[in-house]
Design a protein around this ligand. Structure first.
Ligand SMILES: [Zn+2]
Length: 142
């Protein structure tokens, strides 16, 4: 038996309220329900976070998220929808099995994400971008 809560949900060892699934993805109701219609879209094959995700599973989560988001909109007509995904405790990840939150939103619902912009000079953006481009070239060259 896996120690991972979401692997146990996928296996049916822990009950969940399912809304959609295919061979790669399971979408189920978040028990916390920040707002009615709050759904989690998780990979079935365990991956701790985005970095560990297989490309095909990433594509499957994106496709399922799109379909379920459209269904949430049709069913609940929220004023907005937040797509939230955290990697690492510092980012707020609490279940270490890759998943995406689809959170229907309304004005004044109390869900907040601080966004402390720093507006660095353009030169800093260029330096940061160069570091990322370099890493991409190295990773894609592997
Ligand atoms: Zn897992």
């Amino acid at each position: 038996m896996s120690a991972c809560t979401f692997c146990r949900i996928v296996a049916g060892e822990i009950p969940s309220t399912r809304v959609y699934e295919n061979d790669r993805v399971l979408a189920f109701m978040d028990i916390g329900q920040v707002n009615p219609g709050h759904v989690l879209v998780a990979v079935k094959r365990h991956a701790e976070n985005l970095y560990a995700l297989a490309a095909d599973d990433a594509a499957a989560v994106a496709r399922a998220s799109l379909a379920v988001a459209q269904a949430i909109r049709a069913a609940f007509a929220p004023a907005g929808l937040s797509v939230y995904q955290a990697n690492g405790a510092a980012a707020g990840q609490t279940v270490f099995h890759y998943h995406v939150h689809l959170v229907p939103r309304r004005e004044g619902d109390g869900m907040e994400l601080a966004w402390p912009v720093q507006n660095p000079p353009r030169a800093a953006l260029e330096t940061h971008a160069a570091a990322i481009r370099s890493a991409l070239a190295q990773l894609q060259g592997e």
